[in-house]
Design a protein around this ligand. Structure first.
Ligand code: XUL
Ligand code: CO
Length: 435
């Protein structure tokens, strides 16, 4: 694949070469770190090596069989993905167990297949330095998971799910992945009439605790992540959004080991902005990693498009910088080329578009911070908490009575203008004033 293209070069914003980066210059230093260190791009195995254009109404528009089957096809996908990552300069990849290795008839057979393919992945990793950002187990595709995995009404399904997670954590340890993700594909309900919510939530809390304990006992030192999503495929998913997950993690004592893997399109499905979810994770101390994509606001489902909206990538990187940057996490393109973008060139062009959108977002986010007008405005807006009664409130030196006494004779009290339109124009100034 792509034999005539060696690597995608950085050629600067004026380049008209579609197979070049206009903004992503991996060694460019911004705020003391290279772009590659800031962005930590990852390839998603399922979309890139497996998704072939199917939708609810029609079949495949792309051939991702690689002309072979079984373990041979799995290895062909490894060759394809590593070649693509090297051409793009992507250092990480993310996968579900079933994306990389064929499922067997039993859990035991599936795990054997996974071991064969992870041996091959490890060889490739040693040759290239590329490694996983995170690993996960698919616990939603197989029909046995129709009613969930850790929230299934069947204890046998629960046990098989545990076996898959154990094998997934083993793979993460073997391949040196700094993350393990739980996206609760069908952990939710379609109707409350048939659902014991209390038992399901408790079972899920226990399941994640068992996974955490197994990982920690066996040398997994990375982060566990929950990936919130409000609905789809179930009507209601328990990991609805970041705030819901934070509450769940606190209830089950998992805040020290679990962080959030935030997906842009899941945020919008929850009726939030991407920025909202990132901010909520940071204020709860559970910002971890990002599934970088975007949805279509006119479609009510998870379209997993490559991110090209610069407002969103800028505000995302602004939040990432404010959170202190990625530690174990990164930007995983949980995104697929459109059904009509059905050639391998489109896969390459999609990654270039997404990487450039985030590189430009990073540049612009730093400009917002260096410009200072937005941060200064926010500081000024809350200045009343830096002295006097506000300082006392922050320091816990007040009572309801003392506040009432202080407020009793105040007149004509109003907060200052929020200046939303002005601040949005500052954002526009920064976004459109060149790079
Ligand atoms: C589904 C989704 C998943 C997770 C990993 O909406 O985002 O691909 O990222 O299971
Ligand atoms: Co995702």
């Amino acid at each position: 694949m792509y034999n005539d293209i060696q690597t995608i070069p950085f050629e600067g914003p004026k380049s008209k070469n579609p197979y070049s980066f206009r903004y992503y210059d991996r060694n460019r230093v911004i705020g003391g770190k290279t772009m590659a260190e800031h962005l930590r791009f990852a390839l998603s195995w399922w979309h890139t090596c497996c998704a072939a254009g199917t939708d609810m109404f029609g079949g495949e528009t792309m051939d991702k069989t690689f002309g072979c089957d079984g373990i041979e096809r799995a290895k062909a996908k490894v060759d394809f993905a590593f070649d693509l990552m090297q051409k793009l300069g992507i250092d990480y990849y993310c996968f579900h167990d079933v994306d990389v290795a064929p499922e067997g008839e039993t859990l035991e057979e599936s795990i054997k297949n996974l071991e064969i393919v992870t041996d091959y992945l490890l060889e490739k990793q040693n040759q290239t330095g590329i490694k996983p950002l995170w690993v996960t187990a698919n616990m939603f595709g197989n029909k046995m998971f129709m009613a969930g995995a850790a929230t299934s009404p069947s204890a046998d399904v629960y046990a098989i799910a545990a076996g898959k997670v154990k094998a997934g954590i083993d793979a993460a340890i073997k391949l040196g992945a700094p993350g393990y993700v739980f996206w609760g594909g069908r952990e939710g309900y379609d109707t409350l009439i048939n659902t014991d919510v209390a038992l399901e939530l408790d079972n899920l809390g226990k399941f994640l605790t068992l996974a955490r304990d197994y990982g920690r006992a066996n040398g997994f030192t990375g982060d566990f992540y929950i990936e919130p999503k409000p609905k789809e495929p179930t009507k209601h998913q328990y990991d609805f959004d970041v705030a819901t997950c934070a509450n769940f993690l606190r209830t089950y004592g998992l805040m020290d080991d679990f962080k959030m893997n935030i997906e842009a399109n899941h945020a919008t499905l929850a009726g939030h902005t991407f920025q909202h979810e990132l901010r909520m994770a940071t204020v709860n101390g559970i910002f971890g990693s990002i599934d970088a994509n975007q949805g279509d606001m006119l479609l009510g489902w998870d379209t997993d498009q490559f991110p090209t909206n610069i407002y969103d990538t800028t505000l995302c990187m602004y939040e990432v910088i404010k959170a202190g940057g990625f530690v174990n996490g990164g930007l995983n393109f949980d995104a697929k080329a459109r059904r009509q973008s059905n050639t391998f060139e489109d896969v390459l062009l999609s990654y270039i578009a997404g990487m450039d959108a985030f590189a430009l977002g990073l540049i612009k986010a730093y400009e917002i911070i260096e410009d200072g007008r937005i941060d200064e405005f926010v500081a000024k807006r809350y200045a009343s908490y830096n002295e006097g009664i506000g300082k006392d409130i922050r320091e816990g030196k007040v009572t309801l009575e003392s506040l009432a006494a202080y407020g009793a004779s105040l007149k004509d009290v109003m907060p200052m203008s929020g200046r939303q339109e002005y601040l949005e124009s500052v954002l526009n100034d920064i976004l459109f004033s060149g790079v």
